[in-house]
Design a protein around this ligand. Structure first.
Ligand code: ATP
Length: 211
């Protein structure tokens, strides 16, 4: 599962999904655009646009599936609730992995029922420029640091041996791309070409988004 606002989806998201899919030997990656994200300010464009862009970005990859459940959920789209549903669908034995960029993991202890998430899935953390692993210890709140130390697994494929509960840190090509920077470029009339898939940029331009 890779959740996000995808406002808009960009190559940072897609490489994260691709590389972690390969390293962890995942059967599929579900990209799950958020409806009303509980942890941050509202996305700039409507959920329908973010969903459409995520579909365009993933159309050519058979292992990527777009899951629209959070878009249709009334109220805040908590990851705990989404993973509870996915666990119900996958059964108790199938390993599930929540994919997170390092910035998202450092905020993890503020998430709704974050402790409970370890009972539902593993967490795989991808490096993100600006969030160096060496400095995580000082940026992680104590309760999260405790879980991190206790649950860290050295081998990514150890996630196949149990259905949930581990943490793996996965090497990832550093891509300093963010949706914020792309939105800023569009607002300023600058080109974000090559930071996101061409069909997504075409969609943004034809719907006059982010201007
Ligand atoms: P914004 O700039 O609007 O905050 P974003 O680019 O961070 O957006 P999100 O949709 O918030 O994108 O991110 C979804 C997930 O993808 C998060 O776990 C985030 O850490 C991860 N992610 C996004 N971009 C990158 C990147 N360039 N490198 C690594 N992880 C990333």
């Amino acid at each position: 599962m890779l959740g996000g606002t995808f406002d808009p989806v960009h190559f940072g998201h897609l490489r994260l999904a691709e590389e972690l899919c390969e390293t962890l030997k995942l059967g599929e990656v579900r990209l799950i655009p958020s409806g009303t994200p509980p942890h941050r300010s509202s996305p700039r464009v409507a959920p329908e646009h973010r969903l459409a862009m995520t579909r365009l970005a993933t159309a050519d990859n058979a292992r990527f599936k777009v899951d629209e459940r959070e878009i249709h959920r009334a109220g805040p789209g908590y990851t705990f609730d989404t993973l509870t549903e996915l666990r119900g669908e996958a059964g108790t034995a199938c390993p599930l992995v929540l994919l997170l960029g390092a910035d998202a993991f450092l905020e993890f202890a503020t998430w709704h029922r974050w402790h409970g998430i370890f009972g539902l899935a593993h967490i795989a953390i991808a490096h993100r420029p600006g969030f160096p692993v060496e400095r995580w210890a000082e940026r992680m709140p104590q309760p999260l640091a405790r879980e991190y130390t206790a649950r860290l697994m050295q081998q990514p494929l150890a996630t196949h041996l149990q259905p949930a509960g581990g943490i793996v840190v996965v090497p990832f090509t550093a891509l300093d791309i963010s949706a914020t920077a792309i939105r800023d470029m569009l607002r300023a009339g600058a080109s974000p070409r090559y930071l996101l898939p061409a069909p997504v940029l075409d969609y943004i331009q034809s719907h006059k988004l982010y201007t």
